[in-house]
Design a protein around this ligand. Structure first.
Ligand SMILES: [Zn+2]
Length: 379
């Protein structure tokens, strides 16, 4: 070993050596630029650092990001395609599809499914041929687009925004092409159908219970529909307590209920107001009860009145709101409101106590009720 090269150089020696460098003989940063780099006077020991993240320490996550960006640029030769993929990953993870479909979508796009070709490629001894048709090697493209059953399934997609019969394209290319069309639903349907095809292949292979293409197509659409419906219901259940009346979602009705009870021996009373998405009032009830009930029972009876009135009106999609938290918790549905958001139902209950009369209105309301509604909206 040449000890002259491994010895520790002093600052002066480095400065002198750099100044002797001629620009033409030593291309790159000139000596003055190098000498401007501040050096620590403490002369700490050199150490290896990882430049993949801000902590200077190696993590698999940072290595993955570096490796995937290198693969993207090597595979595609330009950054724009890498960006397209980055945007596809974002689209995949933000799709309104079940999480298992998102993971499946990502796996198929990175060619990570255990097709016979991939299994062989990873050293597993098995036939590479498609176990369903036995015509050719089971690649991802074959399993999803060229195998007869898959082709017949895709044939049900009459308004597919791209041509899926392109035989040289990979699954990720189709996904990118659909993503470019900017149709969220088409991309969701694409992955739902692909998932259903893969599920059916496994059923046919390992359970001997494959279904015909039309059923697989219906299954994919049903998965999307059921998931969206479940999401819309869970969003409704998560509405936070509000102090203001809020319109229900389209096609739903908001049913506000309230009860008035007191300790003075007078009968309890209840109020109900049913309103549509636009804020139009559909029906209202202001009813005096037969006896004085506890506050809790009065609130429960108010809720019952709301249910009965909604049933009479034939309303199937309804959101109930009450300011009685215990009632809402007991039925585990509907929204709890602070009293301000339930003002009309509260006033209707009070009106019944004041007048001692029970009344129900449907569609047309007397001025006293109209006034309560207008006051609540600040009209
Ligand atoms: Zn096949």
């Amino acid at each position: 070993m040449n000890t002259e090269l491994t010895k520790v150089f002093t600052r002066d020696e480095v400065t002198k050596a750099l100044q002797q460098l001629h620009p033409t003989k030593a291309p790159g940063p000139d000596a003055n630029t190098i000498l401007k780099i501040p050096l620590s006077y403490n002369l700490p020991k050199d150490s290896l650092i990882w430049i993949g993240n801000k902590k200077d320490t190696f993590t698999v996550k940072s290595a993955y990001h570096i490796a995937s960006s290198m693969v993207d640029s090597v595979e595609d030769g330009e950054f724009s395609y890498g960006n397209e993929r980055t945007s596809l990953w974002k689209r995949i993870w933000h799709q309104k599809i079940p999480p298992k479909l998102k993971i499946f979508a990502w796996r198929t796009c990175v060619n990570g499914l255990p097709t016979m070709f991939n299994l062989n490629h990873r050293g597993i001894q098995c036939s590479s041929f498609c176990p369903l048709c036995d015509k050719t090697i089971e690649t991802t493209a074959h399993a999803f687009f060229h195998c007869d059953h898959a082709k017949l399934t895709w044939a049900h997609w009459h308004n597919c925004p791209i041509d899926l019969s392109h035989c040289t394209r990979k699954l990720v290319d189709f996904a990118l092409a659909i993503a470019k069309k900017d149709s969220s639903f088409a991309l969701e349907l694409f992955f739902a159908v692909a998932w259903s095809i893969w599920w059916n292949r496994n059923q046919a292979l390992y359970d001997d219970s494959g279904a015909p293409p039309s059923q697989i197509w219906d299954m994919a659409n049903r998965i999307l529909g059921e998931y969206k419906e479940a999401c819309s219901f869970s969003n409704l259940a998560q509405v936070l307590p509000s102090t203001k009346w809020c319109a229900p979602p389209t096609s739903f009705f908001k049913i506000n209920v309230d009860g008035a009870a007191s300790d003075d021996g007078r009968p309890s009373s209840i109020g109900v107001i049913i309103q549509a998405n636009q804020g139009d009032s559909i029906a209202a009830s202001s009813r005096i009860l037969s006896s004085p009930f506890s506050a809790e029972i009065t609130e429960a009876l108010a809720l019952q009145e709301g249910v009965l009135l909604a049933s009479e009106m034939g309303l199937s999609k309804a959101i109930f709101e009450s300011d009685a938290l215990s009632i809402i918790q007991a039925i585990n549905e509907g929204n709890h409101l602070k009293q301000n958001g339930n003002r009309v139902a509260h006033d209707l209950a009070k009106e019944a106590r004041r007048s001692g009369v029970s009344q129900v209105w449907k569609g047309v309301f007397p001025s006293v009720v109209e006034n309560l509604i207008c006051n609540d909206r600040g009209l």
